[in-house]
Design a protein around this ligand. Structure first.
Ligand code: HEM
Length: 508
């Protein structure tokens, strides 16, 4: 029986979920009238709210259904008294990424204010255009080249240390593969970014993932009281971050350039010791996509003997082995795992990575039209886009287009990323967008790749993973990207025969 208080809670939750969908789709100032030069409209079955209800109930399959039904490269969806554009054509997605009038900028302030619960001083700093541009510039330049190498070496060094703790004479029963990967990779990301005084270790891992449960809804403007667990986790994380920066741990030699330079910049713009909760955005973006994709790679690899033997052979070809005081030391040079190298050093594991991103990571691209502008599709057809309207590109459509991926697009097959002819590669531009694109193309993509492939490669090399199954997946709720596993299987982890005494290391 539903008690009155339960029904109030259900209605409140439903209202918030509905509000989340509205905010994800609409800019409240956009008008509903549609010019004939705008993308054709798909009217909802139930006026005003039909698309909203479908977005909530059908999740990602809503985008797929509308595209299958209409085959339109772009359409306009009237919702309430506003409208939303959705692009399904790779050429249009590329055009949108190149067009300055189609911008992500307004979302920075809108999203971070709600998600991070900024105080007025933090908000003033973050809403300062110059400061925001300089902070983004720091992110984009410190997650590449030598500064990234340092992050990779520190993160992978931590992971090697964890693998070396696996007992040499017995197996470990891991109850939940997702949690196992989550805990190791969240800590590795923290060590890579923040150094040995990583504020996101131990209990903070649970806090980060509890915060994640409400983060998207909060970013879209949902009131904090609906997500008390997420808000309380955020306070706990804020305290840890404030203590880290107050102690000036950000100035340590093992800290990434990213954290160091942002701290200098934020202090310059007025941040004080109690303002560092804003920097929670970094570990949050750094973990919430990386860990789900690592899970999908892990379950595919360790349930497929053919994949596993290919990956083992790739890592056996790049490792160095020497005798140490406590037995053999197997060393993998981090250079081999970095962007631009993996296509040659570990091509098959790299192909699994790319296929897992295509198949499971569906970050809906979101931008706002800043002034009336036209964009052209590949066939020369032009569409007028009106100021103030939000526009989206859904990977759940783009990543499965027959025209880009072939008729087996619905099958998980890493082979599609091996020996790709230039003509096919060209067709996939704009259809393969796990990291977004244009000015905002994810700057963390190279770090995520090295960290995940290094961990999984080392496990494949030195360990047996038994009892794992490949679970089914379902679409995530509105605003979330990774497809959700219907269960998180456990497994038994033991050292491989002949590798019992090996110590692993990642060399810089
Ligand atoms: C598999 C892992 C990851 C995926 C799938 C992913 C995906 C994305 C996507 C889709 C965007 C939006 C791009 C756009 O709208 O065009 C983005 C932006 C961003 N990501 Fe990632 N990301 C991952 C890992 C990381 C990591 C590890 C970090 C940092 C340590 C990171 C930092 C960022 C930042 C700072 C932005 C905003 C960039 C800007 O607006 O200029 N990401 N990411």
């Amino acid at each position: 029986m539903i008690l009155p208080t339960d029904s109030v809670a259900i209605w409140t939750a439903a209202t918030v979920v509905g509000l989340t969908a509205v905010l994800f789709a609409l800019n409240s100032v956009a008008s509903a009238t549609i010019d004939p030069a705008e993308p054709p409209a798909i009217q909802p079955t139930i006026p005003f709210v039909g698309h909203l209800i479908s977005m909530l109930t059908e999740r990602g399959s809503w985008y797929r259904r509308l595209y299958k039904k209409s085959s339109l490269p772009i359409f306009t969806l009237p919702i309430l008294n506003g409208k939303l554009y959705v692009m399904n054509s790779p050429a249009l997605v590329q055009a949108a990424m190149r067009t300055p009038e189609i911008s992500f900028d307004p979302f920075f302030a809108e999203f971070t204010n709600g998600m991070l619960g900024l105080n007025s001083r933090q908000a003033a700093v973050i809403n300062n255009k110059k400061c925001m541009e300089e902070l983004l510039q720091i992110i984009h330049t410190t997650l590449m080249g030598p500064p990234l190498h340092k992050v990779n070496v520190n993160a992978l060094g931590y992971l090697a240390g964890e693998l070396n703790k696996v007992p040499r004479d017995r197996s470990l029963q891991v109850a939940n593969s997702f949690l196992w990967l989550r805990n190791h990779l969240t800590t590795a990301t923290g060590v890579g970014l923040y150094g040995k005084n990583n504020p996101l270790a131990d209990k903070a891992i649970d806090l980060l993932w509890t915060f994640n449960e409400g983060a998207i809804s909060l970013s879209l403007g949902a009131p904090g009281f609906i997500f008390p667990r997420a808000v309380s986790a955020r306070s706990g994380l804020n305290k840890r971050l404030n203590a880290y920066y107050a102690a000036r741990h950000d100035e340590g030699d093992d800290v990434s350039d990213l954290i160091q330079k942002r701290a200098v910049k934020l202090r310059e713009f007025g941040f004080q010791d109690e303002d560092w909760g804003e920097e929670l955005i970094l570990p949050w973006v750094g973990s919430t996509n990386t860990i789900p994709v690592s899970f999908w790679i892990f379950v595919h690899l360790f349930t497929n003997p053919d994949y596993l033997s290919r990956v083992r052979a790739e890592f056996e070809a790049i490792l160095d082995r020497k005798e140490g005081p406590h037995g053999p030391v197997v060393s993998i040079n981090v250079d081999h795992l970095e962007s631009g190298k993996v296509e040659k050093t570990i091509p098959f594991l790299n192909a699994i990575w790319l296929e897992a991103l295509r198949f499971y990571l569906h970050n809906v691209g979101i931008r706002r039209i800043m002034s009336d502008v036209s964009i052209k599709d590949g066939d020369g057809r032009e569409y007028l886009l009106k100021k103030g309207v939000n526009i989206q590109w859904p990977p759940m459509v783009l990543h499965f287009l027959d025209s880009a991926w072939g008729t087996d697009a619905e099958t998980f097959d890493p082979e599609r990323f091996l020996n790709v002819p230039a003509s096919v590669d060209k067709l996939r531009r704009g259809a393969n967008v796990p990291f977004g694109g244009g000015k905002h193309l994810c700057p963390g993509r190279r770090f995520a790749m090295s960290e995940v492939l290094g961990l999984i490669g080392a496990v494949a090399l030195g360990f047996d993973v038994k009892g794992l199954i490949l679970p089914e997946s379902r679409d995530p709720p509105v605003g979330h990207a990774p497809r959700v596993a219907v269960l998180h299987p456990g497994f038994k982890l033991s050292r491989r025969k002949g590798w019992e005494d090996v110590t692993f290391e990642f060399a810089g």
